[in-house]
Design a protein around this ligand. Structure first.
Ligand code: PMP
Ligand code: GLN
Length: 388
């Protein structure tokens, strides 16, 4: 039960990274690459710092950046957003989500999302005094049931929050699932918020269906994304929202009082990123497919049960063949004893559901160089040999 902010405790990402550092473990826990994005982007930010880009940016973001974001949606979704009225730059998708919750929801409103879910969703709902309502994904397939989704809707329901590609499961919702959500949103007059921060990390040629591209949906969808994962610059915290004017106006009003504007030289650097051509995105996806395959195949050989990750840089593995420990204890033990840090998946559920489920699943991040992934796999091999 959350009654004050500190009841949320310290983020599991901070906890597991600290445990990894303390134990000298390979950090496959927090989702950040152990390599940086392209040098040309860093050079552009350095040029901006050495130039005259060190004072406040416009609150809604640098004009050039908003124009480039507009262009990217045109290319990737044939979507047109007005860069002055419908596109806003935030300090990461985290701030974008937080401002959205505060701007659009109030006490007693309900927002439906699919569990497991990213940790800042309940915090955003709490900030707005609204309620986050779970629709469980089936742990074997990571799909959801239409009837359960519909059964959660009542007069307080205001929105459905969809994260695809999905953290932590690696699921990419397919067209029929996205159309089902769209149909329900229209029938019950709900908003849809989409968290698309892993939009460029989709494997095996799977289709990425943007909610805003579905018939009748652009006008009721708030599209949230980030440059953190796409350009391997998670510490830069440059995210954005594309949304109809009536929502954008409200969300911008919150943004101007949270941070006012995001870092000016880093926005300038990201402009360079968004000028890169298709080759960058293809190479990026190709390298990540290799990382996913390496980790997936090695963990499968070691007896972990996994549903193949379709997107993101995460996969969820069942470890019940090596341990009976609850997932948080297992994650700490794995970090300290076997030198591999992971994220327990119970943190992505509300407390009651996590307790009922007695989950034996942890999340592995594969946004690491091959040498690091191989070292982690080697440590896991020792654990599995020992457990036999
Ligand atoms: N949504 C999801 C699903 C995430 O995994 C993350 C973590 N990066 C975010 C939002 C936040 O993104 P950012 O780092 O741009 O704040
Ligand atoms: N999105 C990252 C993850 O899931 C973590 C972001 C954070 O540390 N807040 O690992």
């Amino acid at each position: 039960m959350i009654e004050k902010w500190s009841d949320f405790g310290t983020s599991i990402f901070s906890l597991m990274t600290a445990a990894a550092n303390r134990s000298g473990a390979i950090n496959l826990a927090q989702g950040f690459p152990n390599f940086d994005g392209p040098q040309i982007i860093k050079d552009a930010a350095i040029r901006a710092i050495n130039g005259s880009w060190n004072q406040y940016a416009p609150s809604i973001g640098l004009e050039e950046l908003r124009q480039l974001i507009q262009k990217r949606y045109q290319i990737t979704g044939n979507l047109h957003f007005d860069h002055n009225k419908e596109i806003t730059v935030f300090s990461g998708a985290t701030e974008a989500l937080f401002c959205t919750f505060l701007a659009l929801f109030k006490e007693h409103d309900e927002i439906i999302t699919f569990s497991p879910y990213f940790d800042c969703y309940p915090a955003g709902a709490y900030a707005a005094r609204a309620k986050l309502i779970d629709v469980p994904l089936d742990p074997k397939t990571w799909t959801f049931s239409e009837s359960i989704l519909v059964s959660k809707i009542n007069p307080q329901t205001k929105a459905i929050l969809v994260n695809t590609p999905h953290n932590p499961t690696g699921r990419v919702f397919d067209r029929s699932e996205m159309e089902m959500i769209a149909k329900i949103a229209q029938k019950y007059d709900l908003l849809v918020i989409t968290d698309e921060v892993y939009e460029e990390l989709i494997y095996d040629g799977l289709d990425f269906v943007r909610m805003a591209t579905l018939p009748g949906m652009k006008d009721r969808t708030i599209t949230i994304s980030s440059t953190a994962k796409t350009f391997s610059l998670t510490g830069w915290k440059i995210g954005y929202i594309c949304a109809p004017v009536r929502f954008t106006n409200e969300i911008r009003a919150v943004h101007q009082f949270t941070v006012f504007c995001s870092s000016t030289p880093l926005q300038a650097g990201i402009c360079e990123a968004l000028k890169m051509g298709t080759e960058y995105y293809e190479t990026f996806r190709h390298e990540y497919t290799q990382r996913r395959d390496l980790l997936h195949n090695s963990l499968t050989d070691l007896g972990f049960k996994i549903k193949k990750s379709e997107g993101t840089y995460f996969l969820v593995a069942d470890y019940s063949h090596v341990s009976d420990l609850p997932d948080l204890e297992f994650a700490l033990w794995l970090t300290e004893t076997w030198k591999v840090a992971v994220i327990p998946t119970s943190v992505f559920y509300n407390d009651q559901i996590a307790a009922q489920k007695n989950l034996k699943q942890v999340r592995f991040a594969f946004c690491k160089d091959f040498k690091t992934l191989e070292a982690g796999i080697e440590n896991l091999r020792k654990l599995c040999t020992h457990a036999k």
